[in-house]
Each structure stands twice: as C-alpha cells, then as structure tokens.
Ligand binder design. Structure first.
Ligand code: FA5
Length: 346
C-alpha cells in the first residue's frame, strides 16, 4: 500500500509540475481528487483492508490527499499570477501608438448667440424666462389686440394645429412670435418687470436669404412707473453697441404692431454692402433685427395693470440676424441645414 501511495504521489506531482494551463490542471484534479479520481477511489477501497492495516493506510492516504490538494492550490495560484503578469505586460501603455481621435461636440451658433445676447440683457438687470412653442390663439393674437379677422393677422403666416374645440374653432397654433410671452408673464407677475424671453417661433412662409420658417426670437419687456421711449432706445442702443461694437449704425423707424403704441423697428447697416444696397439686405442698405414699441394701454388693462400708473416697452428680436450681421453670414438657411462645414466655423 505504502508503495502504491508513493508511486501515485510522485506521478501526480510530476504531471502537475509540467502543466501550464488552467483547463489541464482541472483535468488533473478530476483525475486524482475528483469523485472517481485515483486518490478518492483509494480512500474508498480502505474499507476492504483488514482493520490493523486500515488505520495506517488511511492516515497515509489522507496525507497524500492533503498534499496533492495543497500542491494543486499552489500551482493554480502561481498560474493565475503568471497570467496576470502576462496581461499587465500586454496592456502596458505604448506611447508610440497613434491615439484614438475623440470627437468633441460644440454648441450650435444659435445657442452661442442666444447665450451671448441673454448675458447682455442680464447685465442690464433683465431676467430670462422661457415659454411654450405650441400656443393658444388668445395669447398669440387676441390678447395682443389682434382679434379674429383683424388684417394684422396677415403679418404672421400662421401654422395652425389640427385641433377643434367644442365650438368648432381651431384655437391652437405654433407661436408665430415670442410676444405671447408678454401676456403670460404679466398675468403671473406684478411690476416692476424687466425680462427677456427667448425661444423658437414658426411661420408658414417662403424662405430666402433672411427668412426661415423656423427661427428664434428674443422678446423683451420692461414695465414700471415712468418707463418711456427713451428707456427703450437706450436699452436697444446699448445692446447693439455691446454686440456689434461702436462703429455699426443703428436705425429706428416708425412701424406698426397692434400691441404697441407707438411702434418702431430697429435695423443695423448691412455688413455686406455697408449700407449701399445688395441681395442680402434687399437693396435697402439696412437689415431689420427687431420690432418694438411702448406696450399698448389695452394690453396692460387686459392683464389688470393700470395704464395711468404703469407704462412699459417691449421688443421682439430675430436672433439669427445677429450672427448674420456680426460674422457676415449671407444666408439664414445655413443655420438649420446641418452642413458641418458651416457649423464647425463657430
Ligand atoms: C414681431 O414678431 C413682433 N412680435 C415684434 C415685436 C415685439 C414688436 C414686441 C413690438 C413689440 P416681426 O414679424 O417684424 O415682429 O419679427 C421680429 C423680428 O424677427 C424681425 O425684425 C426679424 O429680425 C425677425 N424675423 C421675422 N421674420 C423672420 C423670418 N421669417 N426668418 C428670420 N427672422 C425673422
């Protein structure tokens, strides 16, 4: 028996020494120490030995089992360590390899100019608020002194939402300007008010170099005791000076918007022709960037402000026109046609 055990021990250890793979080691374990393995069978066979031999042989067989188990554990451990070392070696940083190119995104030019414009107004004491793009007829038109069948509705080619109320009316639309935010804001707040309200607006109109069917506006509103046209002009001059520099010319002209009285529009001299007239400015020499005026007393009354106590000014600016003027972009359609050659310049 002792001879057999010695033979098994030396064969098993020899074999184990030459193994270099975890799968082979597992096969070795099953062969010697598994349920039907050589050592296990040997231990089972002890019961057939005479009692006086059994004790000694049992102790020797158990010793062999422990020895092989320990040898196995050491072998597994050394092999794992060797594999780990190999992995570390393989994954060592090779600084001579070309690096992976990481694509870094950037802000859209509209987002950039929106932030820049808002920052100018914030520095002048205005807060920034946003509102819904799907709007009710009431806020977009009625509350702004543009009742049904008023000819001024023609100024805003409207995209209506296909929804009918119980009275058979279609009162929902994509806002055509940010002016409905004037009403929404005044309904919720009391003067003094100084707020700018940027966002997307939609118009069902043919596009050209300065007109898109989806574009951004920034609405501005200031209401307080004693607000006058001088405040309106002062604020907008300052805005133009900070964004375009001192040298650009600014023009105010009378204009008509039903929700202001008096109404004006503001234009900047054309960057391409320096005011001489070209395709971009439609031969005018000026590019209009906003409509503005003193808030109409009826609008104030509608939100329960007393027009004898409070006055206010409002303006609505086309946002894309600012970078066009600032950077000399000659077609507004470039902003939303997803051409990276254009977008990557900002
Ligand atoms: C309005 O939308 C008024 N709500 C502005 C206003 C607000 C007046 C508050 C008085 C008081 P208008 O339709 O002119 O006005 O548009 C304002 C500005 O939006 C224009 O000056 C122009 O810069 C820009 N704009 C107008 N239509 C387009 C268009 N199709 N594409 C790009 N920009 C446009």
């Amino acid at each position: 028996m002792t001879k057999t055990l010695e033979e098994i021990k030396s064969r098993a250890l020899d074999e184990l020494r030459n193994l270099n793979d975890l799968n082979e080691i597992e096969a070795w374990r099953v062969g010697y120490l598994g349920r039907k393995g050589t050592v296990t069978q040997l231990l089972r066979g002890l019961s057939s030995l005479p009692i006086e031999e059994r004790r000694e042989a049992g102790a020797a067989a158990n010793n062999l089992k422990s020895l092989l188990e320990q040898a196995l554990a050491e072998k597994q451990e050394s092999l794992r360590k060797a594999e780990l070392d190999k992995l570390v070696q393989q994954s060592r940083l090779d600084v001579t390899l070309p690096g992976h190119h990481v694509q870094v995104g950037r802000l859209h030019p509209t987002t950039k100019i929106l932030r820049e414009a808002c920052a100018v107004f914030v520095a002048m004491g205005f807060e920034v608020v946003e509102g819904p793009e799907v709007e009710w007829d009431y806020y977009n038109f009625e509350a702004l002194n543009i009742p049904r069948n008023h000819p001024a509705r023609d100024m805003w080619a409207t995209l209506w939402i296909d929804y009918q109320n119980e009275a058979g009316e279609r009162p929902m639309l994509l806002r055509t300007h940010t002016s409905p935010m004037q009403i929404r804001f005044m309904e919720k707040r009391q003067p003094p008010i100084r707020v700018v309200m940027p966002g997307k607006v939609y118009r069902h109109e043919a596009t050209d170099a300065t007109h898109e069917s989806m574009f951004y506006q920034i609405e501005g509103l200031a209401v307080d005791k004693g607000i006058s046209m001088a405040h309106l002009k002062g604020t907008l001059y300052e805005f133009a000076r900070r964004l375009f520099g001192r040298d650009r010319k600014v023009r105010f002209r009378c204009d008509y918007f039903p929700f202001v009285e008096p109404g004006v529009d503001m234009a900047i001299d054309c960057f391409i022709c320096q005011g001489k007239g070209c395709r971009v400015c439609g031969d005018e020499g000026w590019i209009e960037i906003l409509g503005a005026g003193m808030v109409h007393p009826d609008v104030l009354r509608r939100v329960n402000y007393d027009p004898d106590v409070y006055t206010g000014f409002a303006f609505g600016m086309g946002l894309e026109r600012i970078p066009m003027l600032k950077y000399g972009i000659d077609d507004i359609r470039l902003f939303y046609s997803n051409d990276l050659r254009f977008l990557e310049q900002f």
